[in-house]
Design a binder for this molecule. Structure first.
Ligand code: F6P
Length: 282
């Protein structure tokens, strides 16, 4: 797996360079979820494809930016599902964005994910790597090299609240729950980028990120393979929880289509237990 992690480090530097040097405008295409693609989305996707093409253990690639599977190596072992530049619409306002990688062995379902990695492009590049069964590790770049910083462990309870989706489309129950956290002293921390928003909660000890079922998006917005399952592994291995609106573990998801979405709640134990209570799940 070291070759794959090294490849992701190379990808991170190349995408970071593209963010800083390249055209931030729109391309004339849409991704498979019907969203307009930035030139940077397309370019990041190409960078990832080219770097993984050199790694023989990568069998297939599935990109959030494309329909279908891109086959690489017959003898490969892993399928990597990735979102090349998550939150890319924030690039023009100079907020942090990220790349997310879910590494699967076998069928594309959560229980077959063996490792999950995300990279965050902010004032510096950082990366979190989680293997199943061990604590996620944080890496930060200094002088263009990734240095291992240490394990990420969530506190039992945090103080951050990152509620996604348009409030007007929330259910009254969800609204009541989000308000109850603020009434308890939680602070609003939401940039609109999944990577920085979940990264902040992880590094500041805990809290809750939610993207619920809404009236306009009854199945949520975030994609299972590229966003939800990779972060579910990281949150669980950090000692937190990751569930859907029915209290099911996101690590039990079985996507029926690569671009399926799911409502999702990621947090430390206290907030997830509070969510279950508010949703009448225990
Ligand atoms: O999936 C793209 C994305 O930009 C995520 O990074 C982010 O968490 C979410 O959408 C924000 O959506 P909304 O603006 O509806 O809260």
């Amino acid at each position: 797996m070291e070759d794959i992690i090294d490849a992701i480090k190379e990808i991170a530097h190349r995408i970071d360079e593209a963010i800083k040097m390249e055209d931030l405008g729109y391309s004339d295409s849409e991704n498979s979820s019907g969203e307009d693609q930035l030139k940077l989305d397309v370019q990041s996707d190409i960078i990832i494809e080219k770097v993984f093409a050199k790694i023989g253990r990568v069998k297939d690639l599935v990109s959030e930016e494309k329909e279908g599977v891109h086959h690489l190596h017959d003898d490969g072992k892993y399928t990597i599902c990735y979102d090349p530049l998550d939150g890319s619409s924030l690039v023009d306002v100079n907020l942090s964005v990220g790349s997310i990688f879910g590494i699967y062995e076998g069928e594309l379902r959560a229980e077959n994910m063996v490792a999950s990695v995300y990279v965050i492009y902010g004032p510096r590049i950082e990366m979190i790597v989680a293997f199943r069964g061990s604590r996620p590790m944080l890496y930060c770049t200094r002088r263009n090299h990734f240095e291992e910083i240490g394990e990420i462990v969530l506190n039992e309870k945090g103080n951050q609240n990152a509620p996604g989706g348009t409030q007007m489309n929330w259910t009254p129950n969800h609204k009541k729950f989000v308000t109850s956290l603020f009434d308890e002293g939680y602070r609003l921390r939401y940039s609109g980028g999944m990577v920085p928003d979940l990264h902040q909660i992880l590094l500041k000890g805990g809290g809750l990120f939610s993207y619920p079922a809404t009236s306009d998006k009854p199945d949520g917005k975030l994609r299972q393979l590229f966003e939800v399952i990779p972060f579910a592994l990281i949150y669980e291995e950090a000692g937190g929880q990751a569930i859907d609106e029915n209290g099911n573990r996101l690590m039990e998801l079985i996507p029926s289509h690569p671009h399926d979405t799911s409502p999702c709640f990621f947090g430390s134990n206290y907030e997830i237990e509070a969510m279950k209570k508010a949703y009448g799940l225990n």
